[in-house]
Design a binder for this molecule. Structure first.
Ligand code: SF4
Length: 78
């Protein structure tokens, strides 16, 4: 898993965390603790669950601090 600041990717999706928006409701850690880990760095490990489960959990974030996008294959033009 590659990590750039508050962006985390598993190659399929990229999850972005905006700490200023986080209200620390901990829905993420309680709902999917193998991915959203409160005491480990990096705190988001996208290898901890299937992509669909990560997406479902990100959508439950009440503050919008978590968001995701699908990684796009780069088109090779010859
Ligand atoms: S669910 Fe969202 S608001 Fe709650 S702790 Fe996680 S990132 Fe922060």
């Amino acid at each position: 898993m590659q990590t750039y600041k508050n962006e985390f990717t598993n190659g399929e999706i990229t999850v972005t965390y905006q700490p200023k928006k986080c209200i620390h409701a901990e829905y993420c850690a309680k709902g999917l603790s193998d991915v959203f880990r409160t005491s480990v760095i990096p705190w988001i490990d996208l290898e901890g669950a299937a992509t669909e489960k990560v997406i479902a959990q990100v959508k439950k974030c009440p503050s919008g601090a978590l968001s995701f996008c699908y990684n796009q294959e780069m088109a090779v033009v010859k």
